[in-house]
Write a protein that binds this ligand. Structure first.
Ligand code: SF4
Ligand code: MG
Length: 273
């Protein structure tokens, strides 16, 4: 695909990368990347003032396609690398994109401690309830009873609510929506960019290839319809089996960077916050 120099996509996409992307038809990753790009455009900062960091997995391919500062790191460690970037360049807008396995299994420790520190990062978790890239193994967010390559008779584990985990660990902005609700997702990302402290956005995302076809969602459309009906807007009663969708936490608290700057100044140093 050749991207016209006059198109708005040209501004943000790396036109020398091979398009279409590696993502399967019907995958939510491209939809979510689109919302990130549009939120950044509305946020109104230069591309040079944005860094997109990822670990490993299908979601983690996002930075390859966009013309920000980008870092594609190791599995589960995206938040650790992002923390280093933020400390070295505190004015940088650092966005971390992770899948559910990346963020909550091998990266679960980093997730908890980034939240505990209220580290000034925007963490976007594309939650498709499966390990997509490695072939459909269950993840910490796979619903009990669902099928995968490692759970051919049904997952016997409890599914983790990553928004609740983020809240109890100390995140000061937490929101959940889906890849179906694109305008809402874009708005939440924009709110997170404006928030001081650790922001977590769960974007429930379709993986028709590894999750949908093994379970009862045989087409990408069926899976998207499932995501649409799985969530209920905040303020309405959430029936059992459904998830609340909206801004779940939004509170002010000093962030790690603010406290670090104060500490450095208090001992006679200078921190460029
Ligand atoms: Fe997307 Fe799933 Fe395909 Fe990965 S395997 S690109 S998550 S649809
Ligand atoms: Mg996943």
């Amino acid at each position: 695909m050749v991207i016209a120099e006059t198109s708005s996509e040209y501004t943000y996409l790396r036109s020398n990368k091979k398009f279409p992307s590696v993502w399967c038809s019907g995958c939510g990753a491209g939809i979510i990347l689109g919302t990130i790009i549009r939120a950044i455009e509305r946020f109104g900062v230069s591309k040079d003032d944005v860094t997109l960091v990822s670990g490993i997995g299908c979601t983690a391919r996002m930075p390859a396609y966009v013309d920000f500062n980008t870092l594609h790191t190791t599995h589960g460690r995206a938040l650790a690398f992002a923390t280093g970037i933020k400390l070295a360049k505190p004015r940088m807008n650092v966005i971390v994109v992770m899948g559910d396995g990346d963020a909550l299994a091998i990266g679960g420790n980093h997730f908890i401690h980034a939240a505990r520190r209220n580290m000034d990062l925007v963490a976007i978790v594309a939650n498709n309830s499966i390990y997509g890239m490695t072939g459909g193994q269950f993840s910490p967010t796979t619903p009990t009873g669902d099928l995968g390559t490692t759970n051919p008779y049904g997952n016997i584990e409890q599914s983790l609510d990553l928004c609740k985990l983020a809240e109890v660990a100390g995140a000061t902005f937490v929101a959940r929506t889906t890849a179906y609700h694109v305008f809402e997702l874009e708005n939440f990302i924009l709110q997170a960019l404006n928030h001081v402290g650790f922001s977590v956005i769960e974007a429930l995302s379709p993986c028709p290839t590894e999750y949908g076809r093994r379970n009862q969602f045989k087409t990408p459309v069926k899976l998207m319809e499932h995501l649409r009906s799985l969530t209920v807007p905040t303020g309405k009663e959430t029936p059992p089996g459904k998830l609340s969708r909206g801004v779940l936490v939004n509170r002010k608290q000093s962030s790690y960077i603010q406290r670090y700057a104060e500490l450095v100044e208090s001992v006679g140093g200078h921190f460029h916050a």
